[in-house]
Design a protein around this ligand. Structure first.
Ligand code: ZN
Ligand code: FE
Ligand code: FE
Ligand code: ZN
Length: 266
């Protein structure tokens, strides 16, 4: 069985990634992938919200870049998606984004635990010094649960992102995981195995094996993603993610086309 699709990758429009989509696609073919999906950081309703995403007036350019990759590489299946930040109160904005292009899927990600702090922002690492890890994780998983419950997303991104720099609560997180996964189960939302964690301080795929095991028990579907922000990161460590998925029992993953889901063998 070949590698699964890589459903999470970025473009230079987000201002912290390098390489054009057509170059990502060429690399994907070179390493033997047959399907990829672009999911750059979506615009916010206000362009000055932060400085690590495309502006609203760049959304069409983003879609054109993905179209160019498709034209240049007809033998590769290329999905059109977005990684959309979930913050409470942003639901109407997200729904309006969904109506603007024929997206294959949205990855819903929680980076912000308040309007000003994204837990994975390396420039705001010192914020962790003033915070209690359990409180951060609780707020994070509360937002992630609301994201899954919203039904606005086909996939939830990097489900235990707060571990990125190694900040983990001493307390047991099982209830946080289970509440979140119950929301995924209710709405048929998938979670992704995101290999970027292996390249960060936590040195672990998102999510951890315990969360993934609970997801399998509840029948929550999965996808795979490298979260590539550079050409040579496309497809990175996907075989390790497949091994992890199989180790907890998964034999299938989700394929998405125009927001229609299909299960395929891994
Ligand atoms: Zn990014
Ligand atoms: Fe993200
Ligand atoms: Fe990403
Ligand atoms: Zn991401």
């Amino acid at each position: 069985m070949g590698s699964p699709a890589d459903y999470h990758m970025h473009t230079p429009l987000c201002r912290h990634a390098t390489g054009e989509p057509t170059e990502y696609a060429a690399h994907a073919l070179a390493i033997g992938l047959t399907e990829i999906g672009f999911t750059d950081h979506s615009p916010m309703a206000r362009d000055d919200f932060d400085d690590w995403r495309m502006r609203d007036d760049q959304l069409d350019e983003y879609v054109q870049k993905v179209q160019k990759a498709r034209c240049d590489h007809p033998s590769l299946t290329i999905r059109l998606g977005l990684e959309v930040d979930y913050l409470p109160g942003h639901e109407d904005w997200i729904a309006s984004l969904a109506a603007r292009h024929p997206w294959d899927y949205f990855i819903g990600s929680v980076h912000y635990v308040s309007d000003s702090w994204a837990v994975d922002n390396p420039h705001k690492l010192s914020e962790w010094k003033h915070r209690d890890a359990w409180e951060v994780w609780s707020v994070y998983f509360d937002r992630l649960t609301r994201a899954a419950d919203s039904g606005l997303f086909q996939i939830i991104g990097h489900a235990d992102l707060p571990k990125k720099f190694g900040h983990r609560p001493a307390r047991d997180c099982t209830l946080l995981y289970e509440r979140f996964l119950a929301a995924c189960q209710r709405t048929g939302t998938a979670i992704e195995l995101n290999t970027a964690g292996l390249r960060k301080d936590c040195r672990e795929i998102y999510p951890c094996p315990a969360l993934l095991q609970a997801a399998y028990r509840l029948g929550v579907p999965i996808t795979f993603g490298s979260d590539a922000h550079a050409v040579d990161e496309v497809g990175m460590n996907l075989p390790d993610a497949v091994e992890l998925a199989r180790s907890v029992g998964y034999e299938q993953c989700l394929r998405l086309n125009q927001r229609q889901a299909e299960m395929i063998a891994i």
